[in-house]
Each structure stands twice: as structure tokens, then as C-alpha cells.
Design a protein around this ligand. Structure first.
Ligand code: COA
Length: 261
């Protein structure tokens, strides 16, 4: 699985790591990366041993500086470039991954870079992170879900400000408006993401997946539908081995040993 050109895919201690790996181009997202991400995401989705996945960028300067502009220029038009890039539904696949996904962001996080981060469930960044959506300045709009995922994360006003102005946002402001869950000192973003991943991995795996689904699917439903979804997801957990183990361990004052059943 590690024969990729534009990403590095690794699996260590039940955590999958996907590194966007074109540091010479600030990890710009190109067609090749799309195809490779698609494969890596499929591998994560199919592998029950993987409990959390962490997405990060190679090199010092960027998580990802957006779509690869050189591909835009070599295609007959920007529209054709986009069509080519999006003929595989990477974004739909991203949003269908059952395991929790964490984006560990440093440096520039622009355009598709933010969109990748928004397909993750949680975002941690270092102090040097800079966020922006430069698309409108190029005459296009984000088309990797950004116009939908951004307002769902930071609200309509702030999302529109970012989308319409193309302004760069500093890490602290990204934290203040809820674009990222936390900001850590430079160089500490991977350890911070791993710490969060391990904490999640101590919980009952089926319950973790159910909670993720309840939130992510529920946000696109009416409250009534969301509550029905929550009930539907909660029921089978009550009869799971993990729940029995969790309650038993609580009574015995020990750490539970979950089997994911
Ligand atoms: N696509 C292709 N190549 C990119 C890129 C992108 N989106 N972003 C950066 N690069 C390349 C640069 O062309 C440069 O390559 P070179 O060394 O061969 O000239 C290299 O990455 C380093 O970038 P550089 O511009 O020299 O770094 P910087 O620190 O001066 O500026 C940015 C950083 C992010 C402000 C600047 O690179 C930039 O504006 N990039 C484009 C961002 C963008 O519009 N993305 C959204 C597209 S929808």
C-alpha cells in the first residue's frame, strides 16, 4: 500500500496515517493525489483494525496549498480541470468513513486543503497554520464540498467571509470560530493528534462509530429525524459485548477491555 507517489499511507498501532506528500508544491492536490487518496480512504474504510486516521502534510510549510494550479493551466479550461479532478467522488467517500478522522494541520491550509480538513471530524493545528479559500480570486468556487462543509462547521457569516474575501486566517482566529478544535505549538501537532486518537481508542469502538454517525448524519436532518436516528443507533449498542464489558469494568474499578463486538 505504500507505493504511492503523492501520499504516504502508513498503519501503526491501529492508527492510519495519510501524509499529503508533495512538499515541493506545498502538497497541492492534483489528479494523482485524488486517485491515491481515493485508494487510501477505501483501505481505511475496509480495515476494521484501523480505529482512527490522521491526515497531515509533509514538509515544513504546508498541510496543503489547495488544488494544483499547474493542472488548471494545462487543461483546456479551469472547468475541464475541475471535472477531471472530481470525476471520482473522493469527498463522498471521505464523508462515508466510519472511523473518526483527525486533521493535523500546520502551515498553509488553503482551498482543497481546508476541504480535506473539513472532511475530517476533528482538526488540530499548530500556531503557524494559515487558512484561506482563494478560489473566488481565481474565478472559481470550492467544489470539494467546501461551500457546504465550511458553513456547517463555522456558521454562515464567517464561512461567507472566508469564501467571498479569500482572506487568510490565523490559527488563533480559526480556533476562536471553531474551525479547529485546538492550537498547539509548532512541531507538536502530530503528538497532539495522536494523543486525541489514543483517547478515542480507549473507548468502545462500536459506540465511537455510532456517535460519529449520529452527529454527522444527524446534522443534515430535522431534529425529529435526528432523534430517530439516535434511537436506531443506540439500541443495538445496549446488547453489545462492549457495553457488558464497560459496565463490568466500571463496577470492578478497572479499565475496560473492548473487543469491538
Ligand atoms: N498548485 C501548484 N503549485 C503550488 C501551489 C498550488 N496550489 N501552491 C504552491 N505551489 C508551488 C509554488 O508554485 C512553488 O513552486 P516552485 O518552487 O516550483 O516555484 C512552491 O509550491 C512553493 O510555493 P511559493 O509560492 O514559492 O511559496 P510562498 O511561501 O512564497 O507562498 C503561498 C505560499 C501558499 C501563499 C503561494 O504558494 C500560493 O498562493 N499558492 C497558491 C494557493 C492557491 O491559490 N490555492 C488554491 C487553488 S484553488
Amino acid at each position: 500500500l505504500s507505493t504511492f507517489d503523492t501520499i504516504i499511507f502508513e498503519k501503526k498501532d491501529k492508527i492510519a496515517y495519510v501524509t499529503l506528500n508533495r512538499p515541493q508544491a506545498l502538497n497541492a492536490y492534483n489528479t494523482r493525489m485524488r486517485d491515491e487518496l481515493y485508494q487510501a480512504l477505501g483501505a481505511i474504510k475496509d480495515d476494521d483494525e484501523i480505529q482512527v486516521a490522521i491526515f497531515k502534510g509533509a514538509g515544513d510549510k504546508a498541510f496543503c496549498a489547495g488544488a494544483d494550479i499547474t493542472e488548471f493551466l494545462s487543461a483546456p479550461s479551469a472547468t475541464v480541470a475541475r471535472q477531471v479532478r472530481f470525476e471520482r467522488d473522493v469527498w463522498g467517500l471521505f464523508l462515508s468513513i466510519p472511523q473518526p478522522l483527525i486533521a493535523a494541520i500546520h502551515g498553509f491550509c488553503l482551498g482543497s486543503g481546508i476541504e480535506i480538513a473539513l472532511c475530517c471530524d476533528m482538526r488540530i493545528c499548530s500556531e503557524d497554520a494559515r487558512f484561506g479559500l482563494p478560489e473566488v480570486g481565481l474565478g472559481i468556487i470550492p467544489a470539494a464540498g467546501g461551500t457546504q462543509t465550511l458553513p456547517r462547521t463555522i456558521g454562515r457569516g464567517k464561512a461567507l467571509e472566508m469564501l467571498l474575501s479569500g482572506n487568510l486566517m490565523e490559527a488563533e482566529e480559526a480556533y476562536r470560530i471553531g474551525l479547529v478544535n485546538r492550537v498547539v505549538p509548532k512541531g507538536e501537532v502530530i503528538p497532539a493528534a495522536e494523543q486525541l486518537a489514543r483517547k478515542i481508542m480507549e473507548q468502545a469502538p462500536l459506540a465511537v462509530r455510532a456517535a460519529k454517525q449520529a452527529v454527522n448524519r444527524g446534522l443534515d436532518m430535522t431534529l425529529e429525524q435526528g432523534l430517530a436516528l439516535e434511537r436506531e443507533l443506540a439500541m443495538p449498542l445496549m446488547f453489545s459485548e462492549d457495553t457488558r464489558e464497560g459496565l463490568k469494568a466500571f463496577k470492578e474499578g478497572r479499565k475496560p477491555e473492548f473487543g469491538g463486538k
